[in-house]
Design a protein around this ligand. Structure first.
Ligand SMILES: [Zn+2]
Length: 130
């Protein structure tokens, strides 16, 4: 396979910006280049985050359903998790835990995440002035 890419500015062979990721090409001779794909830092983050349900959440039907979904346990077990908190309920990478955090946030449930989650949970940037 021969798919050399030649710099259109100076004719040198271009090199990948990062040999491990398809992020773009750069010319080692003149520095010309481009980025092909914007990689979301959340997608690249392979940290394992652990979500722990905090003590004091109320086992409402919605909360039990959410914990059941997050933990893949039945409603009886999910209710016990809420009542016995703090309990670790989920671990995963940034993309995976974000969905769980959004669900917990939507129900105003108290939780801890370790390490601290560095990304915004806002699906849409809020435009409100208040
Ligand atoms: Zn060049």
């Amino acid at each position: 396979m021969n798919n050399k890419i030649i710099c259109e500015k100076c004719g040198a062979e271009m090199l990948p910006i990062d040999p491990n990721k398809p992020v773009g090409m750069t010319c080692p001779n003149c520095g010309w280049g481009w980025a092909t794909t914007y990689i979301d830092p959340e997608q690249e983050d392979d940290t394992v985050y652990v979500i722990s349900l905090s003590k004091g959440n109320i086992a409402t039907i919605a909360a039990v359903k959410a914990i059941s979904k997050i933990t893949n346990k039945n409603f009886v077990q999910a209710k016990k998790i809420i009542e016995n908190s703090p309990v670790d309920i989920y671990s995963g990478n940034a993309v995976q835990v974000k969905d769980v955090l959004l669900l917990l946030e939507s129900l105003s449930m108290a939780y801890c995440i370790t390490p601290e989650f560095p990304y915004s949970l806002n699906q849409e940037e809020a435009n409100t002035e208040d």
